[in-house]
Design a protein around this ligand. Structure first.
Ligand code: 9UX
Length: 69
């Protein structure tokens, strides 16, 4: 298991937080996420053999936010 922290731009309310959490937790290999509105970032725990930050970035951007990796 691996943990990555990805800064995110564009979150303005708890609805945004929920959206990001939902899209990330649908990705196979993602075990848990913690999205912080205050810190503008997400912490993701995942199986690095199955998924990774490129996929996380894509999912975050498809949801309408900007991910900095
Ligand atoms: Mo809140 Mo975020 O009403 O896109 S869900 S701003």
């Amino acid at each position: 298991m691996q943990t990555s922290i990805i800064p995110i731009k564009g979150m303005t309310c708890m609805g945004c937080v929920r959206s990001i959490k939902n899209v990330l937790e649908q990705i196979p290999g993602v075990m848990s996420t913690e999205v912080s509105l205050e810190d503008a970032q997400v912490t993701i725990q995942y199986d690095a053999a199955i998924t990774g930050i490129d996929q996380f970035k894509q999912a975050i951007e498809e949801a309408g936010f900007e991910a900095f990796i």
